[in-house]
Design a protein around this ligand. Structure first.
Ligand SMILES: [Zn+2]
Length: 312
């Protein structure tokens, strides 16, 4: 979910609850995505630490508490928020107390919930497990929601009558919840209108930028065959139809390919790829000396590189 929505959701909830500490909650809400600046470079420099990436370590229940507390501490320093106040010409002074630390964590929890609704989700239970949890309802960033959120933020910033600000906040929440409801409904429709057949037994639908287009992936019980297509729930048409094998082997035996794959699984780049992928597949080809392994995801969601090649 986008930065502006992460600010607004806790801010509006706290406003509705008549809390004095709306800003503390909003700062907690945006704090987790500062991982793009302060954390992601660690994973970039040390590939084994790929959990130090955007939507990695900070997006877990435990480290979200640390992140939101640290951020609230920094932003509550007079020298820091005084500096920002001079630039934006608004009072953003916040307190650092046990209560506001709790409110900032509440903001962080709304962030985790919103990101849980999006593509591929978040590793909520890290460090106990790297597994990501996701409802697969929203695409990573919903552009329409982000633009509306920015407009609402601008209305809150301007010195307007309170009734306009209240109206903007109510409208924003209605839009956010409606979009989520429509997406959940359309996702179910995409699944219901494309029942599995033949040897295919599993079916999943992943969000795209368009709330009426879903990427449907069906697989057999051993996940060796995937049948995938984009389905538009308005005109009920399929596009980008493809059938993919989880492993294709050229130039060598399957057993030899499997040994090469087992070796490649120790590489951080491959572990990271698997962590990011819905349904990882491999093309293996042997040239007489070494195996060339090309990993790709059945669903190319257009967000990350979907083609990684290693030689073993
Ligand atoms: Zn996030």
């Amino acid at each position: 979910m986008d930065f502006f929505t992460h600010f607004l959701v806790p801010y509006i909830i706290l406003f509705a609850l008549k809390s004095k500490n709306k800003l503390e909650g909003a700062f907690g809400g945006i704090s987790l995505d500062l991982d793009t600046i302060f954390i992601a470079w660690i994973g970039f420099l040390v590939p084994y630490l790929f959990v130090f990436s955007h939507r990695g370590i900070t997006h877990s229940f435990i480290f979200a508490a640390i992140t939101s507390t640290l951020f609230l501490y920094v932003i509550s320093r007079r020298s820091i928020n005084g500096f920002i106040e001079k630039i934006i010409r608004r009072d953003i002074s916040v307190e650092f107390t046990l209560k506001t630390v709790g409110i900032a964590y509440f903001g962080a929890l709304t962030h985790l919930f919103l990101d849980f609704l999006t593509s591929k989700g978040v590793p909520l239970l890290y460090p106990f497990t790297l597994q990501r949890f996701s409802a697969e309802i929203y695409y990573y960033i919903d552009v329409t929601t982000a633009v509306i959120a920015l407009a609402v933020l601008l209305i809150l910033y301007l010195r307007l009558d309170m009734k306009y600000k209240k109206a903007a906040m109510v409208i924003f929440m209605i839009i956010l919840v409606s979009f989520g409801g429509i997406r959940a409904y359309e996702k179910n429709a995409a699944l219901a209108e494309n029942p599995v057949s033949g040897n295919l037994v599993y079916s999943a639908a992943y969000p795209t930028q368009d709330m009426f287009t879903w990427t449907v992936v069906q697989s057999d019980s051993s996940n060796s065959t995937y049948y995938s297509f984009n389905y538009n729930t308005l005109n009920k048409e399929r596009s980008d139809v493809k059938r993919v094998q989880s492993l294709t082997v050229h130039g060598g035996t399957v057993q030899s390919a499997q040994e090469a794959i087992d070796k490649s699984e120790e590489l951080p780049a491959i572990q990271n790829f698997r962590w990011d992928a819905y349904d990882p597949c491999i093309n293996a080809s042997y040239n007489g000396k070494e195996w060339k392994l090309t990993y790709f995801d059945v669903t190319d969601d257009g967000y990350r590189s979907n083609n990684i090649m290693v030689t073993v």
